[in-house]
Design a protein around this ligand. Structure first.
Ligand code: ARG
Length: 293
């Protein structure tokens, strides 16, 4: 499948020169058969604006197809009636070491998604840990190398960060989100490099500094001196809400500046158009939960 981006794709050699290596991933997705915007729980959503569910499905199918063509495995969870945001699978939990930490949603409209995803994890071989505190899964809990970055400010209760630390026995770093348009951590940070065992390189990220308070900006600057800082224009099309396999980075096609920054660093951007799902306040990453067995 050809990328929807206009600039020429870098050759395999360009990525190889930068030492970018793709690793195969396993993702969980939910077809947006029930997607619409019938309530407003983030500034992107407006129930008065019409949505086109069949367009949402066809845009989502392109994303799904890209993952398959990149060699990843994609599992599907059945969409449920009355849960229009269930397409945003990233919020369904956080998985690592074969353990799935369940989600506990902030807003009533999404609460039933928590048990639905936990049932899926249980039926698919994960040990499920039921959450005590509010958390919206990978939307706010992101693995970067061996460290877990955990967001708070709009949705996820910081007490869940302690739960995550206890369950996974990893370093957990709390980051404070301050801009309501970037209400989940995965709208403000993109994880570019996976853990490559024995590789020894620091995992890198891209982020929008304005989405964080000063203290969190200091933490990010100190930990990720080579991070890509994206423009507010690119962040405003949810450009950061992207999925990287270490080499190929699936992003919003409209995030042209971020696309160029990725190419300069030897990544291969793959642009997709999820304009319908953007009406719900979600992008590429929101539609994708990583399964780490
Ligand atoms: N409408 C959904 C909500 O507000 C969008 C979720 C986006 N998901 C994400 N991982 N950022 O909860």
């Amino acid at each position: 499948m050809s990328s929807t981006l206009n600039t020429p794709a870098p050759t395999a050699q360009d990525s190889a020169q930068a030492g970018r290596q793709a690793t195969r991933r396993r993702y969980l997705m939910c077809r947006p058969d029930r997607f619409t915007v019938s309530y407003r729980i983030n500034p992107w959503m407006n129930p008065d604006d019409p949505t086109d569910t069949s367009l949402a499905v066809s845009q989502w199918e392109v994303l799904h197809q890209h993952y398959l063509e990149l060699g990843h495995t994609v599992e599907l969870i059945d969409p449920l009636d009355g849960l229009p945001d269930m397409v945003f699978a990233a919020n369904g939990g956080f998985t690592l070491d074969g353990v799935a930490y369940g989600a506990k949603f902030t807003h009533d409209e999404r609460i039933p998604e928590g048990p639905a995803y936990m049932d899926w994890f249980e039926a698919n071989g994960f040990r499920v840990v039921r959450p005590e505190f509010v958390n919206e899964g990978e939307g706010d809990i992101m693995l970067v190398g061996d460290t877990i970055l955990a967001g708070t400010g709009f949705r996820t209760d910081p007490r869940s960060h302690d739960e995550v630390r206890r369950i996974f026995d990893r370093e957990v770093v709390t980051l404070n989100l301050v801009n309501p348009s970037f209400y989940h951590l995965d709208t403000a940070i993109s994880v570019l490099d996976p853990i490559v065992p024995g590789d020894g390189r620091a995992a890198n990220i891209a982020y929008l500094p304005d989405a964080f308070d000063e203290a969190s900006n200091r933490i990010l600057a100190e930990r990720y001196p080579d991070a890509i800082h994206v423009s507010s224009e690119d962040a405003a099309v949810l450009g950061l809400n992207s999925i990287s396999d270490g080499r190929n980075v699936v992003i919003a096609a409209r995030a042209a500046g971020f696309e160029a920054q990725l190419r300069e660093r030897g990544y291969t951007p793959v642009g997709v158009d999820l304009s319908e799902l953007l009406l719900g306040g979600g992008g590429v990453k929101c539609c994708t939960l990583e399964l780490r067995g």
